[in-house]
Design a protein around this ligand. Structure first.
Ligand code: PNS
Length: 165
């Protein structure tokens, strides 16, 4: 096959998404223009005490990614590389906000490569306006009555208010 022949690439964007933030959404938008198919994969059974059920996280993700026709939402149990393999994914996408994210991400990428060398991890940067946002801090802010406007999509803001407000 000539080296310039392209083939459709499916990327898997895994995470807790408890809940999806504006930073996640920014990254999804960027990745949707690069990859042919992007599966946002919500990890089940990670956190002992999540704020949102997996079903709710999926609903919110589906609503806020509606405009991208090549973006799908799913969930997974077990090993990420197994999920990627069984869905035709050849790329694992992760966002890096700051240098502090890198060490954990590097370890995870190397471990995934060790168990499945055919799958590449690709790191992307969210817009700088989102570089300090995390689901954990958004939840903390919401629980303490702080403003989360702009940190999460409006729908998630509403759901957070209904949950902890
Ligand atoms: O948003 P998060 O919580 O940082 O996402 C972490 C996630 C879900 C990507 C990671 O914990 C994961 O891939 N879990 C699935 C289990 C797995 O495959 N572990 C081996 C990776 S080293």
């Amino acid at each position: 096959m000539p080296s310039h022949t392209s083939k459709a690439v499916t990327a898997i964007y895994p995470g807790s998404f408890d809940p999806v933030t504006s930073g996640h959404l920014d990254l999804i938008g960027r990745a949707a223009t690069i990859f042919d198919r992007l599966i946002v994969a919500v990890a089940r059974n990670l956190e002992k005490d999540p704020l949102f059920e997996v079903k709710e996280r999926i609903e919110m993700l589906e609503a806020v990614t509606f405009e991208w026709k090549n973006v799908e939402i799913d969930s997974f149990d077990g090993l990420l590389v197994d999920f990627a393999r069984s869905n035709g994914g050849t790329v694992i996408l992760r966002g890096i906000r700051a240098v502090s994210d890198y060490e954990y991400e590097l370890q995870m990428a190397m471990m995934n490569r060790k168990i499945e060398p055919q799958i590449e991890t690709v790191f992307m940067l969210p817009g700088e306006a989102y570089s300090y946002i995390s689901s954990r801090l958004v939840k903390e802010l919401a629980r303490l009555g702080g403003p989360v406007k702009g940190l999460v999509p409006p729908l998630v803001e509403e759901r957070l208010r209904a949950k902890v407000g």
